[in-house]
Structures are given as structure tokens and as C-alpha cells.
Design a protein around this ligand. Structure first.
Ligand SMILES: NC(=O)c1ccc[n+]([C@@H]2O[C@H](COP(=O)([O-])OP(=O)(O)OC[C@H]3O[C@@H](n4cnc5c(N)ncnc54)[C@H](OP(=O)(O)O)[C@@H]3O)[C@@H](O)[C@H]2O)c1
Length: 272
């Protein structure tokens, strides 16, 4: 496939690397222009382009930028994105990073907001997996502990295309219903970054509580702040799994919680 990726950070660069290994043609864009992407392009074999070029005539487009950047994307960005091409949204809303977005604060589902701003339906996936797991934890179909990813959206055919891509990247794809249901794996929910299997994922989605999710997101951001950005990703997953009610008897998971708390305390003390 010819795949466009807008956003060349943690998620965009991992996707570019992995999709190139599968021999897809990858066009990648950031906010500063293609000339700033030569290192990533050289490393992955992806083609650096502008955001508008990444969205033109591709078979699938991934939007993987912080939510605050969505309203400033070029006008007419999607004019040349074929109707047959899914638009995948990996976005999550973090007010300290994105500023307050009134509609989402008032309860609008994050990807519904993105879809309204862009004026085009989106398919929501890859938002509830850390870039570390996306990079390293894909497994062949049928493998024990294969991670399952939810995929939400209205158009069944476009969703199927995205689910097939998720599968080829080494993850079980679960149809999570329409976009309005994607709040079930937004930040603060049990399915967020906890790497569940296909057996565990539906249970976690069912257990999601909308009010609690927002509170959890805000309290963990307040407690840990940028510490999570530096913290080893497998350890973060252990912490997420414990808070999702998984692995309660695994000492390594509790150790990860202690380490994260200590890192937060250290960061407060040093002001870093
Ligand atoms: N990090 C994770 O593990 C993870 C996991 C799942 C989902 N997510 C979500 O996925 C999204 C991307 O996360 P990330 O961690 O990959 O972000 P990131 O590392 O901060 O990278 C963001 C990328 O988006 C680009 N960008 C920002 N505004 C843009 C615009 N208006 N036009 C074009 N490109 C723009 C940036 O380009 P410049 O550098 O040139 O500004 C940068 O390449 C976020 O919503 C995040 O919450 C993250």
C-alpha cells in the first residue's frame, strides 16, 4: 500500500519503520517541513513530504499528532484523500499538553472531535498502545499473549482495512464499534496502554467508566507529569496492567509501581 503518515514523533516514526519493513511505500510529514525529516527518511526508507502531500492519493492515512495541532492542519488537507482510504487517528487528549478543548472537556469523545474538526470520519486505533509495545511486541497470529488493539469507526469496510493492517503488524484487531464508543480506550481507562490479549480486551472495554477515566487521566498526569516520558515503556505497561486489575500477583508489576513513584518523588525534589 501507499501509506501517508502525518506526525513523525514516537508513534509516527515507529509506524514508518515497521510499515517500511513490510514493503509499504510510506510518505511522512511533520509540522516543520520535509527537510527536517532526512534522518528518519534515511533510516526507514520513508519519503519526507508536506502534510498535504502525505494525504494525497494514498491508500491509507495515519494522523498521529498531539490534538492541539489538529485545528492548525492546512485547510483542504484531505481534498485529495480518496474516499476508499481510511483516515486513522491515534490521538489522545492531555490538557497539560493540548490546552483545554471545551467540547472534549464537556464530554465529546476525543476522536469524534477530531473527526468534526477535519470534516471527515476517522478510524480510531493505535492510541492505547505505547510506542515501545507498538515497536517490539507484535507477534504472529495465534501466539500466546498476543496484544489486542481496539479499532472503532462507522464505515465497516474502511474499518476492516485498518483491522487487517493492525493484524499484519502483529496484533489482534477487535472491532470496538462506532467512534462514539472509542472513549472506552481513551486515557485513564483500563484498556489504555495495558497490552491486553483478545480475551482480556473486551472485559476491560466493558469495565471502562467515563467519569473515572477523566479523573484517572488528570490525577496520573498530575502525579507523574513528564516522568512517564523518560520511564522505561515495559515498566509503564506493568503499572497500567496492575491498575487495570491484571497481573495483581506479579511482584515485578508492584516493583514497577514503586519505581515509578520513586521517580516521581525524585523529579519533584530536583525540579526536573
Ligand atoms: N507516545 C506514545 O506512546 C503514544 C501512544 C499512543 C498514542 N499516542 C498519541 O498519538 C499522538 C502522537 O503522539 P507521539 O508521542 O508520536 O507525539 P510526538 O512524539 O510529540 O510527535 C508529534 C509529531 O506530530 C508532528 N506535528 C505536530 N503538529 C503537527 C501539524 N500541525 N502538522 C504536521 N505535523 C505535526 C510533530 O512535528 P514537529 O516535531 O515538526 O512539530 C511530530 O512529528 C498523540 O496524540 C499521542 O497522545 C502516543
Amino acid at each position: 500500500m501507499k501509506i501517508g503518515i502525518i506526525g513523525a514523533g514516537n508513534i509516527g516514526s515507529v509506524l514508518a519503520r515497521r510499515l517500511r519493513k513490510m514493503d509499504h511505500t510510506v510518505l511522512i510529514a511533520n509540522s516543520r517541513g520535509p527537510e527536517t525529516l532526512s534522518q528518519l527518511a534515511g533510516e526507514t526508507g520513508s519519503i519526507p513530504v508536506t502534510a498535504s502531500e502525505a494525504a494525497s492519493g494514498v491508500d491509507l492515512l495515519v494522523l498521529t499528532i498531539p490534538l492541539k495541532g489538529v485545528p492548525s492542519l492546512p485547510k483542504g488537507l484531505l481534498a485529495h484523500l480518496p474516499a476508499t482510504a481510511p483516515l486513522v487517528d491515534t490521538g489522545n487528549y492531555y490538557p497539560p499538553r493540548d490546552g483545554h478543548i471545551g467540547e472534549i472537556d464537556a464530554g465529546m469523545v476525543e476522536s469524534v472531535w477530531t473527526s468534526q474538526v477535519l470534516g471527515r470520519p476517522v478510524i480510531k486505533t493505535f492510541n492505547n498502545i505505547t510506542w515501545g509495545s507498538l515497536q517490539d511486541r507484535g507477534l504472529p497470529r495465534g501466539a500466546k499473549n498476543r496484544i489486542a488493539l481496539p479499532v472503532a469507526g462507522e464505515d465497516v469496510r474502511l474499518k476492516r482495512l485498518v483491522m487487517d493492517l493492525v493484524e499484519t503488524l502483529g496484533f489482534d484487531a477487535l472491532d470496538a464499534g462506532p467512534l462514539s464508543e472509542s472513549w472506552r480506550y481513551q486515557p485513564g481507562t483500563p484498556a489504555y496502554c495495558s497490552d491486553p490479549t483478545l480475551v482480556q480486551l473486551p472485559v476491560l472495554l466493558q469495565r471502562a467508566d467515563r467519569q473515572k477515566a477523566t479523573k484517572n487521566r488528570d490525577s496520573t498526569t498530575k502525579l507523574f507529569g513528564d516522568v512517564v516520558l523518560e520511564f522505561p515503556q515495559p515498566e509503564l505497561v506493568r503499572v497500567a496492567r496492575l491498575s487495570a486489575g491484571l497481573d495483581s500477583f506479579k511482584p515485578r508489576s508492584w516493583l514497577a509501581v514503586v519505581r515509578l513513584l520513586l521517580a516521581a518523588v525524585r523529579s519533584r525534589r530536583t525540579g526536573k
